[in-house]
Write a protein that binds this ligand. Structure first.
Ligand SMILES: [Zn+2]
Length: 410
């Protein structure tokens, strides 16, 4: 047993509703707090001195400066496994070039596909691990990682293999998701439907057999797959027992309805969700995951996070870190910026990157600091939690603990 503390404040994120708006006054804050853990599990969160008195034999990890402790961040939507770099695309976009012009000059997603295909599973593992280092520095202790940049049977399986290898080697948890349906491969000789049929008949069984992923994602959009095509694909995924998440309503609406129909864990993006979509999502158990990093990267409108919360949705915020539209890869900065545009409270932002993000990944053992939860937590060098969002990502974690182990210290 080990007691870590004292912390000026511990934000437990406990006893808060899963859905709907939150006020900062609802946050449970333990001042001069300590946390008692055994191995990778939390046994108690309480006043530091009281814990010392109650558990006199426990080892003590003393915190010498003023720090605020909260659950480790959970990034429920990333594409951090990829080959190459798209800085040239970004520069072209800044010069007013369109998606089509960028693609025609050899950029766009297809350039990432070619560079990803050229990598081995080991290369992809190394690239993912490099990106994970940054996630850890910024306080993320669980991250979802998608395939979707090889768009061939072997290539997609290789990506999942790389992600799984990275998960075995790194200190945080990586949750793999199969996104072979990111778009139809340019060199696939057939229709969208035929491409999806091939994924269903040839890739799904291999993913199952080799336990490469439990989650299936699809990009439902005019430039990728239609609602009808998505309907076919998700029905097959559901039949084979996969969990579902969808890239929905990014440029046009439609995907979120599918998410509700298939009881997806989450509908992600939602920049173009209107009143109708917001109302439907609020009535469902689908987590509404918003991705401000894509809005910042593309210079487009944010998802209506305020409306989603007011309507009663469970809103998660994720980084969408990817080489094309969201290269920043800094969840806290993006969430803090979204907060200013959408008028989100600190409580709403912190919930969206902890326990509400855990719900998007169907993980019930993390995101809250209470008894029996995983000992995944991070501390910031401040005495007041409000400084975390206020500094818009520039106040970085002082310490990061994963499974009870200190894995990063500034
Ligand atoms: Zn994405």
């Amino acid at each position: 047993m080990k007691i870590i503390g004292p912390f000026a404040q511990i934000l437990t994120l406990a006893n808060l509703p899963l859905k709907g708006k939150l006020k900062d006054e609802q946050l449970e804050i333990i001042t001069d707090g300590g946390i008692l853990i055994e191995n990778d599990i939390i046994l108690a969160v309480d006043n530091f001195q009281e814990l010392i008195q109650k558990f006199p034999t426990a080892e003590v990890e003393k915190i010498e400066t003023e720090q605020v402790l909260l659950p480790g961040f959970i990034d429920s939507h990333t594409h951090i496994c990829f080959g190459g770099n798209r800085a040239k695309d970004f520069a072209m976009r800044l010069n007013g070039k369109t998606y089509l012009e960028i693609a025609e000059s050899g950029g766009g997603i297809w350039s990432t596909v070619q560079q990803t295909r050229a990598k081995t599973a080991d290369d992809l593992k190394d690239i993912t691990l490099k990106n994970v280092e940054k996630l850890i520095r910024k306080g993320t202790t669980t991250a979802e990682v998608k395939s979707g940049y090889a768009l061939s049977i072997d290539g997609e399986l290789k990506m999942l293999e790389g992600i799984n290898l990275a998960n075995q080697e790194c200190e945080i948890d990586l949750i793999p998701t199969f996104l072979g349906a990111h778009m139809k491969a340019k060199d696939f000789n057939g229709t969208n439907k035929e491409y999806l049929e091939q994924l269903v008949s040839e890739v799904f069984p291999k993913i199952k057999a080799d336990k490469l992923a439990n989650r299936i994602d699809i990009f439902v959009e005019q430039s990728a797959f239609s609602v009808e095509e998505g309907d076919y694909y998700l029905n097959e995924a559901k039949k084979q027992g996969f969990q579902i998440t969808i890239h929905a309503d990014q440029f046009t609406s439609g995907g979120s309805e599918l998410a509700i129909k298939y009881n997806a864990l989450s509908a992600d993006h939602l920049e173009f969700s209107g009143e109708k979509e917001v109302a439907y999502l609020a009535q469902s158990d689908v987590v509404a995951t918003v991705l401000p990093g894509a809005s910042i990267g593309l210079g487009m409108q944010y998802a209506p996070a305020r409306q989603l919360l007011d309507a009663g949705c469970c809103v998660s915020i994720a980084s969408d870190w990817n080489p094309g539209s969201a290269p920043m890869g800094d969840l806290l900065t993006q969430a803090s910026i979204l907060a200013t545009f959408q008028k989100l409270s600190s409580a709403e932002v912190l919930a969206a990157i902890t326990y509400r993000a855990a719900k998007a990944l169907d993980l019930s053992d993390r995101g809250i600091l209470t008894k029996d939860m995983k000992a995944d937590f991070i501390s910031f060098p401040t005495s007041n939690f409000q400084n975390i969002i206020y500094h818009q990502g520039q106040l970085e974690p002082e310490n990061v603990w994963k499974n009870g182990n200190l894995i990063h210290s500034k």
